[in-house]
Design a protein around this ligand. Structure first.
Ligand code: GLU
Length: 453
């Protein structure tokens, strides 16, 4: 009966949100995991929590025009989805990418609700961005884009209402331009954005946090089984800050990261990824990964054009553990089968929803495989944004060690409540089920407490 109800709700969502496939995918994953909870307690269905949680509280869509270096006006669409504020101010990043649209940002905002809840901090869920591609743009173009984007976004945000941060295409440089514009328009120096520069309100360890957190989470999964990361070969996808700091932390755990990828192809370095070279190429020079060969001539670069059809070739590399840390749906059923066939026994999601529903079903069906779902495994980034908010509100700056050890504690907490919840609902170790139920329950109970709005 609950299953029929879920099917009906999803059908309704599909009808009301045409073309928003990834949003539907995120909703499908979560709703199916909630079945055992909804069967046990009828208050969520009675209070229409599922129907309510699937609709953002507020969505702002706006035009952003900026003038490029050739003095031509360029037109983009900006968004901010304020999805849920039951447990705190809306919190979540901004994505600047050509594929950013309402459906993509809704999927991200929806995931963010449960991810933020799992951190144990008081943060609601939100997401925003624009279909603007910072790649190949000059600093001046990016600055003008960010300033024009903020002219609209400033209507919604503040340190207590809605606190954006970075995501794909929005890093330290973009946050700087966005914050400068916010301060100028509002005449307020406050913590209304996170991921700020270290000498103007940013938190130490924020840049590293998502990658470090993902590795801490993988370590917790392994420890529970009496195993460890030490000596494991790890395939990573992506080469943004999640991938870079996943690689860095893996070395600290005595594991060996052997791949990274970007939109041009992937690097396989069997001796271990050179993190210094990677930082130089990606953080400083902002170049494609073929550049890596100049630093490490023995590594192999496979261009995107040579990937087998429908496959992400980085997952063909034999490894013990995989850290998909690039983007949504980058690991499909075939990729999962290939990883398993080649001996991979742990997948830890650094990106948001990197595995397709079919891939997750396959992975969960293998009892000797560990799976760290995104909203648990990559929550370290937003958790550390929460720590940045706490430092801003109390006018303090904590040391790197202090922030990192709090991050480590938060990742342990997320693992524990996800694991314990999976056990409570009779599917011990299924962290998809455990994290979805644990994340949902806190938000849903708060919604019930706060009445029908
Ligand atoms: N974009 C990151 C995420 O997906 C971080 C968001 C934040 O720090 O607010 O969780």
């Amino acid at each position: 009966m609950v299953r029929d109800y879920i099917t009906d709700v999803l059908e309704d969502i599909r009808r009301k949100n045409p073309g928003q496939e990834v949003f539907l995918q995120a909703a499908t994953e979560i709703l199916h995991s909630l079945v055992p909870l909804l069967e046990r307690e009828d208050k969520y269905i009675k209070n229409r929590i599922i129907e309510r949680i699937l609709v953002p509280e507020r969505t702002l869509m706006f035009r952003v025009v900026y003038v490029n270096d050739k003095l031509e006006p360029c037109v983009h669409t900006g968004y901010r989805i304020e999805f849920n504020s039951a447990i705190g101010p809306y919190k979540g990043g901004l994505r600047f990418h050509p594929t950013a649209n309402l459906g993509v940002l809704k999927f991200l905002g929806f995931e963010q609700i449960f991810k933020n809840s799992l951190t144990g901090l008081n943060m609601g869920g939100g997401k925003g961005g624009a279909n603007f591609n910072p790649k190949g743009k000059s600093d001046g173009e990016i600055m003008r884009f960010c300033q024009n984007f903020m002219i609209e976004l400033q209507r919604l945000i503040s340190d207590v209402s809605d606190v954006p941060a970075g995501d794909i295409g929005v890093g330290a440089r973009e946050i700087g331009y966005l914050f400068g514009a916010y301060k100028k328009i509002k005449r307020r120096f406050d913590g209304s954005l996170t991921g700020k520069g270290l000498n103007w309100g940013g938190s130490l360890a924020r840049t590293e946090a998502t990658g470090y957190g993902s590795v801490y989470f993988a370590n917790e999964m392994l420890c529970k089984k009496g195993d460890a990361l030490r000596g494991k070969k790890c395939a990573i996808s992506g080469s943004g800050n999640v991938a870079i700091y996943t690689a860095e932390k893996l070395y600290q755990m005595e594991a060996l990261p052997i791949t990274v990828s970007d939109s041009t192809g992937f690097i396989y370095d069997m001796d271990g990824i050179d993190v210094m070279a990677l930082k130089k190429i990606k953080e400083e020079l902002r170049l494609g990964l073929s550049e890596y060969l100049k630093y490490r001539p023995k590594a192999k670069f496979t261009p995107l054009a040579e990937y087998p059809a429908g496959r992400n070739a980085v997952w063909n590399i034999p490894c013990d553990a995989a850290f998909p840390s690039a983007t949504q749906n980058e690991l499909n059923l075939e990729d999962a089968k290939e990883l398993y066939k080649n001996g991979c026994r742990l997948i830890c999601e650094g990106a948001n929803m990197p595995s397709t529903l079919e891939a997750i079903d396959f992975i969960l069906s293998k009892k000797d495989m560990l799976f760290g779902p995104a909203k648990a495994a990559n929550a370290g980034g937003v958790a550390t944004s929460g720590l940045e908010m706490a430092q801003n509100a109390s006018m303090q700056s904590w040391s790197f060690e202090d922030v990192d050890s709090r991050l480590h504690d938060i990742m342990r907490h997320i693992f524990r409540i996800s694991y314990d919840t999976s056990k409570e609902f009779g599917d011990e170790g299924n962290l998809v089920l455990g994290s979805n139920i644990a994340g949902f329950r806190k938000v849903a109970d708060a919604m019930i407490d706060q009445g029908y709005l």
